[in-house]
Design a protein around this ligand. Structure first.
Ligand code: E4P
Length: 225
């Protein structure tokens, strides 16, 4: 499963790239608002650091506006994927982008039927929002599981990207459900690295190593006299 970072923070993206685990990045208007500045500049910087796809989200509600924004994003870098919300206009935009050879990520998917339609329209990434479904007492991971099965059964040319990931267990469940990608906030990526037993184990090994060094030094000293 590929790991994308769900952020517009350049420093977080640089760190994940250095860890060797970064396959792509997803941004959205809320994540960009935390960073500020020019969305174009931020996207271009992210694209330079990121080896894989970088999602740039359109905010226009009407088809022509979506097309205009998406075409503009697509020119910023070769790894831009235009993120389009699920809607009637969104589906049409996805179909038009597909005709133009522009890759899309259909966002705000909350049902398998929405994902099926997005894939048929030509989206290359389907983003079911797991955490937001969990928030309303549904099981978000079910949509991921169903969409993975639908994509495989019908040989659809799309990948399932588990989004709205809220904790490390979501990442494990997405991987087990066969998601092609999970997009993960930096904080959760960091949580995935750490385990209390790993941390205490490292500490204990260091203490034991240092104890042996100290004992070795005092032996040498005794032998020399
Ligand atoms: C996906 O691409 C979205 O940016 C993101 O996962 C939304 O997550 P949230 O529900 O935590 O806002």
């Amino acid at each position: 499963m590929k790991i994308f970072l769900d952020t517009a923070e350049i420093d977080e993206i640089r760190i994940a790239a250095r860890w060797g685990v970064l396959d792509g990045v997803t941004t959205n208007p809320t994540l960009f608002a935390k960073v500020g500045g020019s969305y174009d500049d931020v996207l271009q910087q992210i694209c330079q650091i990121t080896p894989g796809p970088v999602s740039a989200e359109v905010v226009a509600e009407e088809l022509e506006g979506m097309l205009q924004q998406g075409r503009h994003f697509a020119k910023l870098a070769s790894n831009i994927v235009v993120k389009v919300p699920m809607s009637e206009q969104g589906l049409e935009a996805i179909a038009r982008f597909a005709e133009e050879g522009i890759k899309t990520n259909c966002t705000l998917i909350f049902s398998s039927n929405q994902g099926l339609l997005a894939a048929k329209a030509g989206a290359s990434l389907l983003s079911p929002f797991v955490g937001r479904l969990d928030d309303i007492n549904e099981t978000g991971m079910n949509v991921v599981r169903e969409l993975v099965a639908i994509v495989k059964t019908h040989h659809l040319d799309a990948e399932v990207l588990a989004a709205s990931i809220r904790h490390p267990r979501h990442v494990t469940e997405a991987a087990l459900a066969g998601a092609h990608v999970a997009t993960v906030p930096h904080k959760i990526l960091r949580q995935m690295i750490h385990h209390p037993l790993t941390d205490s184990g490292i500490l204990q090994f260091r203490k034991d190593w240092e104890a042996v060094q100290t004992a070795g030094q005092s032996h040498t000293h005794v032998g020399a006299t």
